[in-house]
Write a new protein. Structure first.
Length: 257
């Protein structure tokens, strides 16, 4: 029997820091040494806030390229086909040619289970297993559905992630699974890059002109005018998953204003 799983995101690494980028502005523009600039930043956290928010408010996003992260993501093939369209990123994906799923790794990612879904999955799984007996692995892949789970290692710099990927993929017009994954990725970096995460949250709707596409149909369900809340509520409800605590804190703050 195939296994039904939920999408998941694991933060593997991050690099760079808001403090270092803020300090480097003193090195490049004001003649400080790196050591002096870092000491200034350590003794004056408000300076870091001023520098980072200044860059963001001025649209000086290139400095974000000195920060970034990589994640292990597991989702459907439907998801990963959309994910890899973001070309300013690096990917290493599970190969359906070299992984022999007939040996017990048949995993599917679906937002819900039903007898109809299970029947289709059973049929495609049996077809795949049988095909492995008479076909090459690369030809057997044709029997695998878009619901097939796939692990993918993803790396993005902070500019691509915060100013392109997040505004595009958390918008209401995005596919619900990639919306879920995008919010989970975002949540994973709130502690690493708190100032940028906060600024992007506050300006998210402005960062993509079509962010609130078809908002009326979501408003009827969730009763909110905030497209960010609608996006999160719909994605996590669709997948019957709990909103992570750090992201939930952003939601609660938004509700109180």
């Amino acid at each position: 029997m195939p296994t039904i799983i939920k999408p998941r995101v694991i933060l593997l690494q991050s690099w760079g820091s808001e403090k270092f980028v803020a300090a480097m502005s003193d090195v490049i523009y004001r003649g400080y040494t790196v050591e002096e600039a870092l000491k200034r930043a350590d003794s004056n956290p408000g300076l870091i806030f001023k520098r980072i928010n200044g860059f963001l408010n001025d649209g000086h996003y290139s400095v974000l390229e000195f920060m970034g992260a990589n994640w292990l993501i597991e989702g459907s093939r439907a998801l990963t086909h959309e994910l890899i369209r973001h070309r300013i990123a690096s990917y290493w994906q599970e190969s359906q040619r070299y992984v022999d799923y007939s040996k017990g790794q048949l995993r599917y990612v679906l937002p819900l289970e039903s007898s109809t879904f299970n029947e289709f999955l059973d049929q495609s799984s049996k077809a795949y297993v049988e095909s492995r007996k008479i076909m090459t692995p690369e030809d057997s892949r044709y029997f695998l559905s878009n619901a097939m789970a796939s692990r993918i290692w993803v790396q993005m710099n902070a500019r691509e992630f915060y100013t392109n990927f997040i505004p595009l993929r958390t918008g209401l017009g995005a596919f619900h699974e990639i919306r879920l994954i995008a919010w989970l990725m975002y949540d994973s970096l709130i502690d690493n890059f708190p100032l940028i995460s906060e600024w992007v949250w506050e300006n998210l709707v402005k960062l993509h002109p079509d962010y609130c596409r078809d908002a009326e149909k979501f408003k009827q369900i969730y009763g909110s005018e905030d497209c960010r809340l609608l996006s999160i509520s719909d994605a996590f409800d669709k997948w019957k998953m709990e909103v992570p605590e750090k992201l939930k804190a952003f939601l609660e703050k938004a509700k109180n204003f």
